[in-house]
Design a protein around this ligand. Sequence first.
Ligand code: NAD
Length: 308
Amino acid sequence: MNKITIVGAGRVGETAAQMLAEQQLCRELVVLDVCKGVPQGVALDILQTAAFFDFDTRVSGGSDPAMMAGSDLVVLTAGFPRKPGQSRADLLEANLGIIDRVLDDVLRFAPDALLMLVTNPVDVMTYRAWKRTGWGRERVFGQAGVLDAARMASFVALETGFSSRDITAMVLGGHGEATVPLSRYCTINGIPLEKFVDSETLERIIERTRSGGSEILALRQNSSAYEAPAAAIAAMVEAITNNRRRILPCVSILDGEYGQRDIAMGVPCVIANAGLESVVQLDLNETEQELFTQSVASVREDLTLLQE
Ligand SMILES: NC(=O)c1ccc[n+]([C@@H]2O[C@H](COP(=O)([O-])OP(=O)(O)OC[C@H]3O[C@@H](n4cnc5c(N)ncnc54)[C@H](O)[C@@H]3O)[C@@H](O)[C@H]2O)c1
């Protein structure tokens, strides 16, 4: 990819920018933020790591949305993170105006870009972006499941003591508490997880995965997670840049898959250089289907907040 813009130079945006530069996932990287001076400072700071990580990605920062012109991909991390005890509705209210303004900038200055939503509540924001841009779903998608699956894999590693390099996990559904960790699709070097853990341990892994973000927020108090979220963004960008056709759980607009339409949900997707190539339909057992249906209901409830 030639040019990527990250809108929002906060913790997630800055950390993701550092990772994209280090991995040389584009030639030009722009960091935008409304906080005067901050994006310029972030860009300089990242540039000054080039000698250590041996990259030559051109990094710049600013507050003028015109700087995103010509971007192949725009990543939206602008907006408030959740505070302890804050409801999704309150977070949505705080971030919706921000996202709408940024979307208008994207439509004006980067009309041909792919768009990755990260700002929470990410399912609702992805839906909003799809509606407001009028673009095809292949160009508008969200990051959530890559992070939730990585969290699940980390808890599997902690519980089993096996190398995290051998663990693959898959999740479905909404982000955070609405996640449906698919233990049946979780393997350790191809061997189903259920061979190694009892049902009590499995339940613990699932619960910790669902509340992975809240656990970190409760511990840190003044910051939600940003290292793993940034790494999840970088993993998706890497799949796009290198046209990997990786199957990654992403927030996608559903068009009949899983029996749903007109909703943004976390599902396995094929990610390549055109963006979200297709949705992978998994066969769900009765329990998984029930949990997925509950997750759909909770995201649909959030979507009604957009009409208020
Ligand atoms: N989807 C996920 O998996 C996931 C994971 C972690 C965080 N998040 C979300 O990402 C968002 C950012 O989190 P953070 O920890 O980086 O927050 P942060 O407060 O550190 O940074 C947010 C930044 O957005 C900037 N901003 C606000 N309005 C803007 C605008 N109109 N244009 C450009 N920049 C603007 C702020 O100035 C700030 O620098 C939050 O909504 C958080 O909940 C999502």
